[in-house]
Ligand binder design. Structure first.
Ligand code: ZN
Length: 271
């Protein structure tokens, strides 16, 4: 089995300081948390931009500042989110691509989120994939639904996504695909032979999804974007969630990849 690549997602677009004091909101907080998570064993850091009111945004300077800090103090693979439920401008979603991060999230299909529909048109997904390829950015293909795997495969077959395609299952979002081991197995069966895959469990699904991913040969994402708790009513820090993933992998005798090893496995071009 491949070594395990652990991704941490320290902020997302929803949790605020009122939800948990441990969410990283400012660029400086994302960098500080990134250092701790890197020391704890994470290889990839996935982040969103926030404004001074903690609201999600697509601020170019925020993306740039975080990347600069992570490059300076860590060897983490830098993964920027292109997600936005409110911004329909396809160029705005991918504007930071010319900063040449290592990776960006790529949304390939629409879905219902708890707060409303999340629209990602097929022609926009094709445009974003093309932009990422132009700048040597590895896409993380986000799959909230089985049809999103098929959409990602279509882009890969068109030559818009380089090998190996890296799929990410997102399970447990209210109104989208729920978490069951059977759903996970069905998604794995839809992947092309040489694909790599990661898994995200939202809320209470984070622990079982990330653990089952380790057992089945996938990779795991943890962090406050997806889940704010360590255990029942006990809030987590991002580094604690990464630390637990490392300990679980050790117990399961699955070696954890370093960022350098993860770069090789995913054939990441930028650095
Ligand atoms: Zn995200």
């Amino acid at each position: 089995m491949d070594k395990l690549i652990i991704t941490v997602a320290p902020n997302g677009s929803v949790p605020t300081k009122e939800t948990t004091p441990y969410v990283a909101i400012t660029a400086e907080e994302v960098i500080e948390d990134g250092i701790k998570c890197w020391e704890a064993g994470a290889s990839i850091l996935h982040y969103h931009a926030r404004d001074k009111d903690q609201k999600p945004c697509l601020d170019y300077d925020y993306f740039a500042r975080v990347m600069e800090g992570l490059r300076k103090y860590t060897t983490l693979i830098v993964q920027m989110s292109t997600g936005s439920r409110l911004v329909q401008d396809r160029d705005a979603r991918v504007r930071a691509v010319d900063l040449k991060p290592d990776m960006m999230s790529l949304n390939v299909g629409s879905i219902n989120f708890p707060l409303g529909p999340y629209i990602n048109k097929p022609e926009d997904a094709e445009y974003w994939a093309g932009k990422m390829q132009e700048y040597g950015v590895k896409p993380e293909i986000e799959c909230f639904d089985a049809s999103h795997i098929e959409a990602g495969v279509r882009l890969w077959r068109k030559g818009l996504i380089d090998d190996p395609p890296f799929f990410d299952f997102v399970l447990g979002v209210k109104n989208a695909l729920s978490y069951t081991p059977q759903n996970m197995l069905n998604l794995i069966n839809m992947l092309p032979a040489d694909a790599r895959w990661n898994c995200i469990g939202v809320g209470r699904a984070q622990l079982p999804v990330s653990t089952l991913g380790m057992i089945l040969g996938g990779h795991s994402r943890v962090g406050i974007e997806d889940n704010i708790y360590y255990s029942y009513k006990v809030l987590a820090t991002n580094a604690q969630l990464v630390g637990r993933a490392v300990r679980l992998a050790n117990e399961l005798q699955r070696e954890v990849a370093t960022p350098a090893e993860a770069r090789q496995m995913l054939k990441i071009k930028n650095s």
